[in-house]
Design a protein around this ligand. Structure first.
Ligand SMILES: C[S@@+](CC[C@H](N)C(=O)[O-])C[C@H]1O[C@@H](n2cnc3c(N)ncnc32)[C@H](O)[C@@H]1O
Length: 277
């Protein structure tokens, strides 16, 4: 799934820091779940079970449908065409009352055919990205869907706040947090994945959660934008600066590389702060 803030470009760095073995793997802001899929697709998974959460109910319905009813999702996707009128008809449908399979197929279709593959909703939570121009978008990729279904097998996927899947974590478990980023500038606010915003108070609630996890011996890793605000928020943790190319800008010439911060609840806070990974 192409997802805003998708982590495929940071994967090598994230994997370097992730422990080789863990009891439970948790990804409380899963989005496209790039790190989860990378770890779960290995021949020998480094975890026994996994907990994924996201506030986006359409995304969670999609993962649950792909996990448990992949054949039905594939059948549902066969009906979709790359067509402007069909796109707006499907986009504007109310998903309340739809099954997870219908919601999941709809999300995959919109993700593959909308402008830039972005998921963005308006204030009332309705997906509002326009039709995208592609040569021939791959709406149905059976092999990828079956691989995703197998990879999701050990995962419980929860619709809700990040704290839903961190409550039960203890020593030996690992959590990777990829929250909506602190904006680089006031105008570059990029927090509208779900209808409510992830503002400064939310960022602080997350820092408090990392402190609690550290106290319980949970290894937690987090990525965020690299700026003064995040350096200050995570000053009591070990942090690493990495350069990651960004793909979110619709103009390829403006997709420059920007620095991101990786935070871990283990390692030395002061000595390693700001160290380039
Ligand atoms: C940066 S994206 C994650 C990208 C992901 N790591 C990937 O590789 O595609 C952040 C995600 O957090 C979700 N989100 C926002 N607020 C949340 C909250 N309070 N609890 C859980 N998820 C939340 C958004 O719906 C979005 O999917």
């Amino acid at each position: 799934m192409k997802w805003a803030g998708g982590k495929s470009r940071l994967l090598a760095e994230l994997r370097k820091h992730a422990p080789a073995k863990m009891g439970t793997y948790a990804e409380p802001f899963c989005g496209g779940a790039a790190l989860y899929f990378a770890l779960a697709s290995r021949e020998k998974r480094p975890f026994e079970r996994a907990l994924l959460a996201d506030k986006n109910g359409e995304l969670v319905a999609c993962y649950n449908a792909v996990k448990t009813r992949v054949d039905d999702v594939i059948e549902a996707l066969r009906k979709y065409k790359y067509d402007r009128d069909m796109f707006y008809d499907i986009r504007d449908r109310d998903t309340r009352g739809m099954s997870d399979v219908e919601r999941g197929a709809r999300l995959i279709y919109l993700n593959k055919t909308c402008f830039n593959g972005l998921w963005r909703v308006n204030a009332s939570g309705k997906f509002n990205v326009p039709f995208g121009r592609y040569k021939s978008p791959r709406i149905l990729d059976e092999d990828a869907l079956r691989a995703a279904s197998a990879a999701l097998e050990p995962a419980e996927i929860v619709h809700g706040d990040f704290t839903e899947v961190t409550k039960g974590l203890g020593r030996g478990d690992f959590a990777y947090f990829d929250p909506p980023y602190v904006p680089v500038s006031k105008t570059a606010s990029f927090t509208s994945y779900a209808s409510d915003r992830f503002d400064g108070a939310e960022q602080e609630r997350l820092v408090a959660e990392l402190h609690r996890l550290r106290a319980r011996g949970v290894k937690a890793m987090l990525s965020n934008a690299y700026n003064e605000e995040t350096q200050d928020l995570y000053r009591e943790f070990a942090t690493y600066v990495v350069d990651a190319p960004r793909s979110i800008n619709s103009d390829p010439r403006k997709r420059q590389s920007i620095s991101e911060l990786i935070v871990t609840t283990w390692g030395k806070p002061v000595a390693e702060r700001g160290k380039r990974a």
